[in-house]
Structures are given as structure tokens and as C-alpha cells.
Design a protein around this ligand. Sequence first.
Ligand SMILES: Cc1cc2nc3c(=O)[nH]c(=O)nc-3n(C[C@H](O)[C@H](O)[C@H](O)COP(=O)(O)OP(=O)(O)OC[C@H]3O[C@@H](n4cnc5c(N)ncnc54)[C@H](O)[C@@H]3O)c2cc1C
Ligand code: SF4
Length: 330
Amino acid sequence: MMRAFEYVRATDTARAVEMVTADPNTSYLAGGTTQLDLMKDGVLAPERLVDITHLPLRGVTGGRGALRVGALTTMEELAADTTVVERIPFVRDALLLGASTQLRNMATIAGNLLQRTRCRYFRDPAVAACNKRERGSGCAAMTGTARMHAILGTSPHCIALHASDVAVPLVALDAILRVQGRDGARGVPLTRFYLTPGDTPDVENLLRHGELITAVEIPLPALGTRSGYLKVRDRVSYEFALTSAAAALLIEDGIIVEARVGLGGVGTVPWRAREAEEILIGAPATMEVFRQSAERALEGARTISGTAFKVELAKRTLVRILRTVSGVVA
Ligand SMILES: Cc1cc2nc3c(=O)[nH]c(=O)nc-3n(C[C@H](O)[C@H](O)[C@H](O)COP(=O)(O)OP(=O)(O)OC[C@H]3O[C@@H](n4cnc5c(N)ncnc54)[C@H](O)[C@@H]3O)c2cc1C
Ligand code: SF4
């Protein structure tokens, strides 16, 4: 059952920030594909929604060193951008392998990065034990069915997965969020934005109540960098990742000069695989090196019975995308 709420359409950014900041029971509404689902499920119950879709925060600009993506740019619009297609195709692939065409036409890039976990217990208020919904109440996933859960960055209090696809190449690229608050603007690196659960799984990121994401800045990798995104899932479309891997490699004379690696489907936050990058950079582009980097990337994995299969699957996913991007023949 959905509870009644007030709907306000914002036409001024500062006014929108003021309205949400001033009231803990007011939230932003962008495409609504996450927000409204959670309200229908009874997980969220704001008293007022401030619709931001008419604010001038849409479109992609820049193009040499970095792209600036307005927060309200839809997933489909970003995937179709020429610079994205030419310079960072793994961002396009991650976008187009997510959700469905209808959803991608509604869903905004900021909303995507702020989507909540798909943990079934979080989304079912009839289940009492969920530390993310109510701190200290317990974690039903630990003893229940937990296949679509995390194996990296977990804590004894929560193993919920971050489900965004596009966040995976974006953490690999060191994207920066531009955030507008009542007292001014700031930039937050996406690699630091998300918080692993620790003993406060309900606190998911560094955004303060009322702060508005206005844009995402994406630094472009060096010319000649090749990239790819591989998503492994139970069915071929309209499904979240079991595991995924994003890789961007610059290879000169058979040696990997630059490497950026992100993993999805495994982390409580979109996972930057720096240990894998350390193995890759300066090494020859060979299957042996790719396997070593995958071993290192998953070294810290912690599993329960339902998620144990993900360790090997994630390694194979990473090796496969490294092989595809590099063109190395096994
Ligand atoms: C059936 C289904 C399948 C999906 N499959 C995938 C998938 O395979 N891969 C994937 O990555 N995603 C998937 N998604 C998630 C989807 O991409 C997100 O729901 C969507 O991107 C959210 O964007 P939105 O504009 O609709 O956000 P909303 O639902 O409007 O907002 C989401 C949250 O972000 C807040 N918010 C929105 N914009 C801002 C802003 N600018 N500043 C501050 N706060 C803001 C809202 O208050 C809300 O809390 C799926 C969703 C559904 C429903
Ligand atoms: S894994 Fe996290 S979100 Fe899921 S039930 Fe446990 S505490 Fe809640």
C-alpha cells in the first residue's frame, strides 16, 4: 500500500535544495524507478517528493580531458553520447546491459548511482531483521537465501550488494560527483563516495540529507585505451549481475601501460580492483598475468554458502574481459 504524499515540481535548483534540506521527511524524485518502487513496497515513506526533472541538469558536455554529465541525463542518453561510444565504450556497455529500454529512458545517471540494494529482505518490511532498514535489528540474509549478495566489503552486519552496473566503470575511471548543498558545492570522488557497511549498514554514502548531485565528471583515459564490460547473469536481459567486470587497458608493444579495473556483483560498494591493477601495470598482456590479477582481486572475498560460487565466477569474469579487451589469444 502506498501512503499519501505531497508532490512538488521544482523549477529552481537552490530552492529544491532548500526544500529538501529543511525537512527530513522530504526527498528528491528523479525518474522515480527506484524511489517509487521502494515507496510502494513500504520501505520508504517520505511525506513530500520534490520532482527535480525540470531542473537544468541534463546533457553531456566537454570532450577532451573529461566529460561532464548532468545528473538528470538518462541512461539511454549517456549511452548514445558520441564521446562515450568512442572513448569509454565500457560505460556505454554497462548502461545498455542494465534494466530495460523503458527504464533506461526514465532512469537518470544520479538516480542510478543512488539506487538501493536489491537484497530481498531489505525490500520486504514484513521481514523484521534488516540492519540496513533498522540499525541493530539483525540480518535475515545471513541465515536466509542469499545468492545475489556481496563477497567483498561485507561485514557481520550486512552483505547487501551494490547493484549499479554503470558505477563499476565509473569507479574504475575515478569519476567525481558534483554535489550542491545549502551551504555550497563540493566534489566527491566516486571511489570514496560509497561506504562499506561496517556496523552502520544504513549509512550508504557521503551524501548529506538535502544535498543534490548536479553532475558526474568522468575523466577520459588516454587515447588508444581499450575498454570493455562483461556482465554475467541468470538470464540474458533485464537482470542484475551475478558478477561483472569493467576493464580499460592501454597496451604498448605488448606491455600494459595503464590499467583500470572495476568489479560488479561482488561488492557492497562498486568495487575498484586496485590489487588487480597493480599486477597488470607494467606486465606483459598474457593470460598468466590476467589470472594472477584475478586471484589478487578476489583474495579478500568472504562468502556464505549461497555466495561461495561467486569467487570463481568473478575471477573468470575478470580474466575473460581482460582477454577480450587486450585481444590476447589463450
Ligand atoms: C526492474 C528494474 C531493473 C533494473 N535493472 C538494473 C540493472 O540491470 N542495472 C542497473 O545498474 N540498474 C538497474 N536498475 C536500477 C535503475 O537503473 C535505477 O532505478 C535508476 O537508474 C534510478 O534512477 P531514477 O532517475 O529513476 O531515480 P529515482 O528513483 O528518482 O531516485 C533514486 C534515489 O536517488 C535520489 N536522487 C535522484 N536523483 C538525485 C540527485 N540528482 N541528487 C540527489 N538525490 C537524487 C532519490 O531521492 C532516490 O532516493 C533497475 C531498476 C528496475 C526497477
Ligand atoms: S544483507 Fe543488509 S540489506 Fe540484506 S537483510 Fe542483511 S542487513 Fe538487510
